[in-house]
Ligand binder design. Structure first.
Ligand SMILES: Nc1nc2c(ncn2[C@@H]2O[C@H](COP(=O)(O)OP(=O)(O)OP(=O)(O)O)[C@@H](O)[C@H]2O)c(=O)[nH]1
Ligand SMILES: [Mg+2]
Length: 406
C-alpha cells in the first residue's frame, strides 16, 4: 500500500510542480506586470482627449436563437461611449427559428445604428459563421462580442486605443466580470476562477500574449492577421489568438475593458458550459503543439504556451489520478492511523468549504475545474460545431446594477 500512496503523492507532486513553474515564471513577474499596466493606461490617456484618433470598427454579434437577449445587446452597443458614425454593427444570424433576426433588425433601426442583419438559410455553426461575418465586415478593425454579454460604456474605446498604439499588437481582449442573480457554491467557484483568470491574462500579456483571452470581447485588425479560423474545432477566442500570435504579433489583455457575463447559477449549467469550453480550448492546444518551445514566439513559445498546455491538458489528469490512487491506498491500508488522518483531512476541507467563502470557493473551483478539464481533454478528439447554450437571463437591471453600472 505504501507504494500506491507514494505513487499517488508523486502524481499530485508533478502537477503542483507545473503549477509552481507557471506561478514563478508567469504570475510572479511583478515588474513586467506593473510596467505593462502603466503602458496601457498611458495609451488610453493619450487617446482620451479626442475621438478623432479612434478607428472605424465593425462589431460582429453571432446569434443562434437569441431572441431573449438580442435587443438588450443592441441597446447596449448603442450606449457605448464610441462615435456612432465609426461603428458598423453586423448581426450574423445562423438560421435562428425564434425570430432573432427580425428583433435585431428592429433594434438596429430603433437605435439608429449603422449596420445590418445577415441571415444564414441553414445552420453553419459559430466558427464557420464567424469566418463569413469577418469577410462581410466593412472595416479592418473588427470587434467580436457575444449576444448574451454586456459591454461597459468605455470598453470599446479602451480596447481600440490600446490596439491602435500598443507596439506589436495584432489584437486585444477584454476583462470578464461574471454576474449572478443567486448565491452559492457555483457562484463562489466562478468568482474565484475569474479572479485567477484575470491575473493570468494580465501576467501573460505583460510577458507576450494572453491565451486564450476572452471570446465575449475581442478586437483585432483583420488587415494584419489572417482572420479565418478552423471550422470544426477550437474555441473562437483561442483560434483567433493563435492566428495573431502565429503572425508574430501580440494578443493584449485590456484589464479595464469590462464585459459583464451572466454566468451559470447551478452546477448543472456550469458543468455543461465549462466542459464544452474546456474541450474547444484543448482542441486549440492540440492543433498548435508546434508553438511549444519555438523561438519564433518569444516568451509565449518558451513559457506561456507549454506551461498552460501542461496545466490544462496533463495536470488535471495527474491530479485526479494521483488523488484517487492516494485515497484508494488509504482505504486498502486498513491502518487506523491513516484512516484517522484521512478522515480529519476530509472534515477539515468540509469545514473550510462551508465556513470561508473565499478559500472554500477557491478549493471548490480548483477541484471542479480539474474535473471539467479532464472530461474536456478526453472529448477534445471529437469535432465541436454546435452546442446547447445555457439558459439566458433576461433581467437587464439585475446585470447592470450588480455590476454597479445601472
Ligand atoms: N453563428 C452561430 N452562433 C452561435 C451558435 N451557437 C451559439 N452562437 C453564438 O455564439 C456566441 C457564444 O455562444 P455561447 O452559447 O454564449 O457560448 P458560451 O458563452 O461559451 O456559452 P454559454 O454558456 O452558453 O453562454 C453567442 O453570441 C451565441 O449566440 C451557432 O451554432 N452558430
Ligand atoms: Mg455565452
Amino acid at each position: 500500500m505504501i507504494f500506491l500512496a507514494v505513487l499517488g503523492i508523486a502524481l499530485i507532486g508533478v502537477a503542483f510542480a507545473v503549477y509552481g513553474l507557471y506561478f514563478f515564471l508567469v504570475l510572479r513577474q511583478k515588474n513586467a506586470i506593473s510596467n505593462f499596466q502603466s503602458s496601457i493606461l498611458a495609451l488610453q490617456e493619450k487617446n482620451s482627449n479626442s475621438d478623432s484618433s479612434l478607428g472605424n470598427v465593425s462589431i460582429i454579434v453571432n446569434t443562434f436563437n437569441e431572441a431573449r437577449v438580442i435587443s438588450r445587446k443592441i441597446d447596449n452597443i448603442a450606449e457605448l461611449d464610441y462615435p456612432k458614425q465609426k461603428m458598423e454593427v453586423l448581426v450574423y444570424d445562423d438560421a435562428s427559428v425564434d425570430g432573432t433576426a427580425d428583433i435585431a433588425e428592429k433594434s438596429l433601426q430603433k437605435n439608429k445604428l449603422f449596420g445590418r442583419v445577415i441571415k444564414n438559410t441553414s445552420r453553419m455553426g459559430l466558427n464557420r459563421s464567424m469566418n463569413a461575418a469577418i469577410v462581410e465586415a466593412k472595416n479592418n478593425l473588427v470587434c467580436i462580442t457575444d449576444s448574451d454579454v454586456l459591454l461597459e460604456k468605455d470598453s470599446l474605446k479602451n480596447s481600440v486605443s490600446v490596439l491602435q498604439d500598443f507596439e506589436g499588437a495584432g489584437g486585444v481582449t477584454g476583462h470578464i466580470q461574471p454576474v449572478f442573480e443567486g448565491k452559492g457554491i457555483t457562484q463562489e467557484s466562478e468568482t474565484s476562477y475569474r479572479g485567477f483568470y484575470h491575473k493570468s491574462m494580465l501576467a501573460e500579456s505583460a510577458l507576450h500574449s494572453a491565451f486564450p483571452g476572452n471570446g465575449p470581447l475581442i478586437v483585432f485588425d483583420k488587415e494584419k492577421v489572417s482572420s479565418s479560423i478552423p471550422t470544426d474545432y477550437g474555441s473562437t477566442d483561442g483560434n483567433i489568438a493563435m492566428n495573431i500570435i502565429k503572425k508574430g504579433l501580440r494578443f493584449i489583455y485590456v484589464p479595464n475593458a469590462m464585459v459583464f457575463e451572466p454566468s451559470a447559477e447551478n452546477l448543472g449549467d456550469q458543468r455543461l458550459q465549462k466542459i464544452r469550453r474546456s474541450k474547444r480550448l484543448q482542441q486549440v492546444f492540440l492543433h498548435n503543439r508546434d508553438v511549444s518551445f519555438s523561438q519564433k514566439y518569444g516568451k509565449f513559445g518558451s513559457r506561456i504556451f507549454p506551461l498552460k498546455f501542461l496545466m490544462l491538458s496533463l495536470c488535471p489528469t495527474l491530479f485526479i489520478l494521483g488523488l484517487s490512487v492516494f485515497v484508494v491506498s488509504i482505504i486498502l491500508s486498513q491502518n487506523i492511523l491513516l484512516y484517522t488522518i484521512g478522515g480529519l483531512a476530509g472534515i477539515g476541507i468540509a469545514i473550510l468549504l462551508v465556513t470561508s467563502n473565499k478559500l472554500g470557493g477557491f478549493i471548490t473551483s480548483f477541484g471542479l475545474h480539474q474535473l471539467y478539464l479532464v472530461i474536456g481533454f478526453f472529448s477534445a478528439f471529437r469535432k465541436s460545431v454546435y452546442w446547447k447554450t445555457i439558459d439566458r437571463k433576461t433581467e437587464i437591471a439585475t446585470i447592470t446594477q450588480k455590476s454597479g453600472q445601472g
